[in-house]
Write a new protein. Sequence first.
Length: 260
Amino acid sequence: MSILTPVRGTARIYTVNPVAKLAAALLLSGFLIVTIDWVSAAVALVLESLLFAKAGLDGRAFFRRTAAIWIAAPLAGLTTLLYGVQDGRTYLELWLIHISDGSIVLAIATVLRILAIGLPAVVLFATIDPTDLADGLAQVWHLPSRFVLGALAGLRLISLFLDDWRQLELARRARGLGDTGRVRRFAGQAFALLVLSLRRGSKLATAMEARGFGGSTPRTWARESVFGSREWLLVAIGASIGAVSLGASIATGAVRFVVG
């Protein structure tokens, strides 16, 4: 199963409207990006960790889904450590590399902040069905149906692109073209996939137009998207975690606003 495939489960989070999950993640991120300190990120990460068990993901699925975040965070921290702000005691200075107290603190804050923002976003996205999300965006947030349905169609095609890539690779190897020259093979397959994607996109657009998806009349929806108390609770939880984290940072004097 692809990591892009939404997870199915019996936890309550699966029945929450996807736009509430999106709003909660955005609110949480909004509180965390206004400051760059390790206290707010650490507090947010601890509070989020208490809720990850309620997401319905087992340990293997959780780390498989969030693998990119666990890789990106240390790499970003390493870059900040080597080339970050110069402040306090200097431990190493070599050409462009400058490790000091300021770069160490900033590196720790960067790693924690990426984890605090990225992990809940990935976990919440893993429990979202694209069709439910499209229903919510159109019915709850009242976004234009053409945009919503076009985005839904494109998202549904991602898994097909992955299958097409595998089929192209097998076909080229069957013809003896995939044994050598990895760079040339990748470029050839990428161009072939681009041509195939353009053809499929054109056919899909024509089919959708023929079925009235591009009409100017108000649309009806097969399923009603409900935004109730559970959704408001999730949004409140996201906002509360962000507010508590920022408040803890201000209370301890560690806050470092990005602007100002």
